[in-house]
Design a protein around this ligand. Structure first.
Ligand code: ADE
Ligand code: ZN
Length: 324
């Protein structure tokens, strides 16, 4: 099974580029940019990655992003991720970035988007990896800040296919961002949102109805509403599930308790993704392996995760046919 998984072409749809910042690169950038970090070695950074819920992770994750200052830093970060994609046979990836994490520190939106975009272009040419870029609004900030961020994105529509919603789900439901998502839709962006990760199943429904999302990030708490599960299956609404993230952040007690294989067998369009691989201990192959070890599957079932991800991706039908 390991050989099959490693050889399987994979499509990643849920990856925060800031969450791919490995401790070694964090150290390198801290030195290069003269930024103080509260660790003495990359190993000390790894030792600090003990999380008991989403917020305990987010606090450390936003702090890590402080070393990213120049366009070249965003390029280097994205390029390192793409090299890991190549190793894991990821042939297409749709990555998130959090502009507000950087603009709030005085980094220009252009600096961030241009660095990431340049690496994605190089990845297409030199590695044969296709990609799309999605910008996320931080839901712990207010809707006015999201509107500002949307305005900053308008000159970069050629580089950004969609908008998403991430950060602390509890206390920050989809309706808080109803207006800005409606505006984003009018501007021609596709929409996605983290929902039903730590928050209730109702957030999934609200993301679909109020935010016009065409797929849901995480969504694993859909099982708390039988009627919602039926509708997600019938409408082929994709869920971008992140197994190692969910166990590290205690959404599930262990991989044996994870529901993604059950959802797959019910016919839902579930996909496997790495979320923040530098923080959760694994990229795509590791996520596939962890699920397969805890839930023995046939090869056809494992391959269905890739077929679902192709179906759920934001690429043309022609491109989808090429990937299948
Ligand atoms: N930002 C980065 N990773 C996240 C996650 N798993 N949930 C919400 N926001 C995030
Ligand atoms: Zn995420």
């Amino acid at each position: 099974m390991k050989e099959f998984i490693y050889g399987l072409p994979k499509v990643e749809l849920h990856l925060h580029i800031e969450g791919s910042l490995e401790p070694e690169l964090m150290f390198e950038l801290a030195q290069r940019n003269q930024v103080q970090i509260p660790y003495t070695s990359p190993q000390a950074v790894r030792d600090a990655y003990q999380f008991h819920n989403l917020q305990s992770f987010l606090d450390i994750y936003y702090q890590g992003a402080n070393v990213l200052i120049h366009e070249q830093d965003f390029f280097d970060l994205t390029w390192a991720y793409l090299l890991r994609c190549k190793e894991d046979n990821v042939v297409h990836t749709e990555i998130f970035f959090d502009p507000q994490t950087h603009t709030s520190r005085g980094i220009a939106f252009e600096t961030v988007v241009n660095g990431i975009h340049r690496a994605l272009e190089q990845g297409r040419e030199a590695l044969g990896i296709s990609s799309q870029l999605i910008m996320c609004f931080l839901r712990h900030l207010d809707e006015a800040s999201a509107f500002e961020t949307l305005a900053q994105a308008l000159p970069h529509k050629d580089k950004i296919i969609g908008v998403g919603l991430d950060s602390s789900e509890l206390g920050h439901p989809p309706e808080k961002f109803h207006q800005v998502f409606q505006q984003a839709l009018k501007e021609g962006f596709l929409t996605v949102a983290h929902a039903g990760e730590e928050g209730p199943a109702q957030n999934i429904d609200d993301a679909l109805v109020l935010l016009g999302t065409t797929r849901i990030d995480h969504g694993v708490r859909c099982v708390e509403d039988d009627d919602l599960v039926t509708r997600l299956i019938e409408a082929r609404v994709p869920l971008t599930v992140c197994p190692l993230s969910n166990t590290k952040l205690k959404v599930f007690e262990s991989m044996a308790h994870h529901n993604v294989v059950d959802l797959l067998r019910k016919g839902m369009c579930v996909t496997l993704n790495s979320d923040d691989p530098a923080y959760f201990g694994g990229y795509m192959n590791d996520n596939f392996m962890a699920v397969a070890q805890a839930h023995p599957m046939s090869r056809e079932e494992v391959a269905q995760f890739t077929l679902n991800a192709i179906e759920a991706s934001f690429i043309s039908d022609g491109e989808k046919a090429r990937l299948r």
